[in-house]
Ligand binder design. Structure first.
Ligand code: NAD
Ligand code: DAU
Length: 350
């Protein structure tokens, strides 16, 4: 019997990690801690919320007292920390929100774990989930490895890089048992439609313009979210303390090629003449400081822990489109309210 704290479990990736752990490990108690920001939605977990080994706690990780009280209430064996402000464009509007949650929130969790576990670190683990964006931007050649120097270039990636440094500093200074992973772009069900793929699915569905930043010649490495959750499971159970593992899909796409593929899938699914969705493409002002290319070398994770992605991108993208089209109520619910204010501000010149 283990008790594991998963933070950010009501968000996109977190909900997949919570679901995987709750179902796969019925003898673990999984505590999902989430503030429920605009990006957190308990409906993402409605299929497992009544299971006896699942518990939800509504907490803001910026509130140190509340975080400490959760560590007193439960006797955690491990933490898998995903809670974060995660959208680059929002970080450009409001950097401070990112510093508070991603940096201060992470340090609050580290302090609480250090205090709760101080008598004996044996069997304990603080797993910090991070991003490939901390490594900066690649040119046409090369891949990010675990030893690539940090070069964060947006307020979001700077806040994630800072949190990574604090996690490593707590191992070096206090010997807190930690592990980190840095992953590439995820896609799949339950992703908030501010990120490229669900935003464009939603816009095509509603015949709205597809705002492509710049010339659309930026490159990302895409990974199906359930493959990321599986990697987190492997790293949590088999990863070496103190190590970092890069996670990626070995799957690079230029934005415009991905968008055209998505348009053709949407035409097919919506039974529209071929070329209909592509007509919605609209080139708009670029994201300030836009990173050119991300690509992950996940060889270490593959060689040392045996993980590899399971889904081909075309298959995963089609599955993802099917999910959003079958879950209209979810989409409508998350795109009302606060989202509309954000959308109007972000895309005012589109
Ligand atoms: P998300 O925005 O979908 O979800 C974040 C969750 O954290 C939400 O449920 C939100 O309510 C919660 N949260 C935010 N601030 C909080 C606070 N102050 N206290 C408690 N909870 C709070 O994010 P995501 O895309 O699922 O990303 C999860 C993690 O994975 C993040 O740490 C992100 O940096 C990292 N990551 C994401 C990707 C990606 O492609 N989405 C890739 C690599 C790494
Ligand atoms: O690489 C991992 C990161 O991937 C995660 O750490 C972040 O949390 C996650 O949001 C994601 O960051 P990106 O900035 O790469 O994702 P986003 O979906 O915002 O954008 C993907 C690409 O599409 C990027 O080059 C910007 C472009 N884009 C995005 C939006 C929202 C557009 O052209 N138009 C848009 O409207």
């Amino acid at each position: 019997m283990k008790t594991i704290l998963i933070t950010g479990g009501a968000g996109f990736i977190g909900s997949h990690v919570v679901r995987l752990f709750v179902r796969k490990y019925p003898d673990y108690k999984i505590v999902n801690l989430d503030k429920l920001t605009y990006a957190g939605n308990l409906e993402n977990l409605s299929d497992i919320e009544d299971l006896p080994n699942y518990q939800f706690e509504k907490i803001d990780i910026v509130d140190a007292e509340a975080v400490n009280s959760i560590f007193k209430k439960y006797n955690f064996d491990g933490v898998i920390h995903l809670a974060a402000e995660s959208h680059v464009d929002r970080s450009i509007h409001n950097p401070l929100d990112f510093i508070m949650t991603n940096v201060v929130g992470t340090v609050n969790l580290l302090n609480a774990a250090k205090e709760a576990w101080k008598s004996n670190y044996e069997g304990k683990l603080f797993y910090h989930v991070s991003t490939d964006e901390v490594y900066g931007s690649l040119g046409v050649e090369g891949l990010f490895t675990e030893t690539t120097p940090y070069d964060p270039r947006s307020p979001y990636s700077a806040s994630k890089a800072s949190s990574d440094h604090f996690v490593r500093a707590y191992e070096n200074t206090y010997k807190l048992p930690i592990v980190l992973s840095n992953c590439s772009n995820n896609y799949g069900s339950f992703q908030f439609p501010e990120k490229l793929i669900p935003l464009f699915i939603n816009n095509i569905k509603n015949d709205k313009a597809l705002p492509v930043y710049g010339k659309g010649d930026y490159t990302r490495d895409w990974l199906f979210v359930e493959d990321h959750a599986a990697a987190i499971d492997v790293i949590y159970h088999k990863g070496k303390i103190g190590e970092t593992y890069n996670i990626g899909g070995f799957n690079e796409w230029q934005n415009i090629d991905l968008i055209k593929l998505l348009c053709s899938i949407m035409d097919k699914k919506l039974d529209r003449p071929s070329g209909t969705s592509e007509k919605l493409i609209s080139y708009v002002t670029d994201r300030p400081g836009h990173d050119k290319r991300y690509a992950i070398d996940a060889t270490k994770l593959n060689k040392e822990l045996g993980w590899k992605p399971t889904l081909q991108f075309e298959e995963g993208l089609e599955k993802t489109v099917d999910w959003y089209l079958q879950n209209e109520r979810w989409l409508d619910q998350v795109t009302s309210g606060e989202y509309l204010n954000y959308y109007n501000k972000q895309y005012k010149h589109a």
